[in-house]
Design a protein around this ligand. Structure first.
Ligand SMILES: [Zn+2]
Length: 434
């Protein structure tokens, strides 16, 4: 195992990787810690090749064909190279081989709505390690809806821009447990002009935090700023529903429609939902993404789902947790949403998985979320939980149980094996060659 004492200390939070003590893992994790890159030794051999074979159920993340007729995935240097039957794909010279043992492989889950602050700490519930906990719930990618819980969050234009650039840089360089956090999501305030959005985009900012959490609470100003943001490639999300915490405020359907942000953030409220007729109106009259969150109103979530289904617009449904929130961090929040929408909402489990993977990747322009060649090799491997009444994974979810996670892979590297947070999976994959 290659580590000096200093490096081992610097990489202390990556114990999952060092536990296994392999060079490949060290190299991957050092990629996630920019400060360590300068003295990273070079690797002499060929590409890093991961083969996952004997997959019993392959969930694609793609609504058009959510189950693939394939049992093997081949990954080269963190990207999916091939998906197919074992006899039809090139499995030779793998550096790592995983026997899935007939369990399911799905794209790593994407949480479309989180509020990170710094590192793997949140002051909202004064909790450490919350992102790593979500990794154990199958989440491999998170999208910030604003670093709004930052104590003393600056609200002047220079300050909010600086904070956004800081968060974007910090979470690009630091990946708790390997989880990719897309952060640096400024909350718009009165006084911002077009050049501010141009400057933010040039500095690497790609998303706005929830509109409505700042001083801009009128549709006209919000719409203008959203269009400036869009002009420079910055995506926007709007808070929907009643105030989340003291200090935030009601955003109703008229403001959501007028603002026309890319994502109707927590359309089921965060937690207080709009009246039913307003939720239905948003589904019908807007073409934007319908984001359903765990920290929201479950009945309103089901109303949104049913309305989207009737409108044949399930491709617009994406999932988030809104954690950390008043109801806390929900490490299994995305899995719980999949199970809720599938069981009570009467949606096939493989379709519900798409809401948290392919749909979100498409709407958020991410390179993950699908099991398809060229995509980032982010996978969650699952099986029915031990003693679930469901006879297989999909039936167990449709009965309202949570799946058991046996392994999570990010960028082609194993981030965790049996989850410490889900109910135990009946069968877990095994690393057979390393
Ligand atoms: Zn909100």
């Amino acid at each position: 195992m290659y580590t000096s004492g200093r490096k081992a200390a610097a990489a202390g939070s990556f114990h999952n990787f060092h536990m296994h003590g392999t060079w490949e893992r060290f190299q991957i994790c050092s990629k996630w810690v920019g400060a360590m890159a300068h003295d990273e030794p070079t690797k002499a051999s060929g590409p890093n090749k991961l083969v996952v074979r004997n997959i019993g159920l392959l969930l694609s993340g793609d609504l058009r064909s959510p189950i693939l007729d394939a049992d093997t995935v081949v990954v080269l240097d963190g990207r999916i190279a091939a998906v197919g039957k074992e006899k039809d794909v090139d499995t030779a010279a793998a550096t790592t081989t995983i026997d899935a043992k007939g369990t399911a492989l799905a794209p790593g889950l994407i949480d479309s709505h989180v509020h990170p602050v710094a590192g793997d700490w949140t002051p909202r519930q004064n909790q450490l390690g919350w992102i790593d906990s979500c990794l154990h719930g199958g989440v491999t990618t998170m999208v910030s809806a604003g670093e709004v819980h930052t104590p003393g969050r600056p609200k002047d234009v220079v300050g909010l821009k600086a904070m956004a650039v800081f968060a974007q840089r910090a979470f690009t360089a630091f990946r708790p447990g390997g989880v990719r956090v897309y952060a640096g999501a400024p909350v718009i305030e009165h006084g911002m002009v077009e050049d501010d959005f141009k400057e933010l985009a040039a500095a690497g900012v790609t998303i706005l935090g929830e509109i409505g959490l700042g001083s801009v609470k009128d549709g006209k100003t919000a719409r203008q700023m959203v269009s400036w943001a869009r002009k420079y490639g910055i995506q926007s999300t709007i808070h929907t529903g009643g105030p989340s915490i003291p200090g935030s405020s009601l955003i109703d359907k008229d403001m959501v429609l007028e603002t026309d942000a890319d994502v109707i953030g927590h359309i089921n409220g965060g937690h207080t939902a709009l009246p039913d007729d307003q939720i239905v109106a948003l589904c019908e009259r807007s073409t934007r993404a319908l984001e359903i969150v765990h920290n929201g109103n479950e009945r309103a979530a089901l109303l949104t789902l049913r309305t989207a289904k009737d409108l044949k617009k399930l491709g617009r449904v994406i999932l988030g947790t809104d954690s950390p929130a008043g109801s806390g961090v929900q490490p299994l929040g995305i899995l719980r949403m999949i199970s809720l929408l599938s069981s009570v909402g009467d949606i096939p489990a493989e379709v519900a998985v798409c809401f948290a993977t392919g749909n979100t990747a498409k709407i958020r322009n991410l390179d993950c979320g699908l099991v398809a060649p060229g995509r980032a090799a982010n996978f969650v491997m699952m099986d029915r939980a031990q003693h679930s009444a469901g006879k297989d994974l999909l039936e167990s979810i449709q009965l309202g149980d949570l799946p058991g996670i046996g392994m999570v892979i990010i960028d082609g590297a194993i981030s965790t094996q049996r989850s410490r947070n889900t109910p135990p999976a009946t069968t877990v994959p095994e690393v057979v060659k390393h």
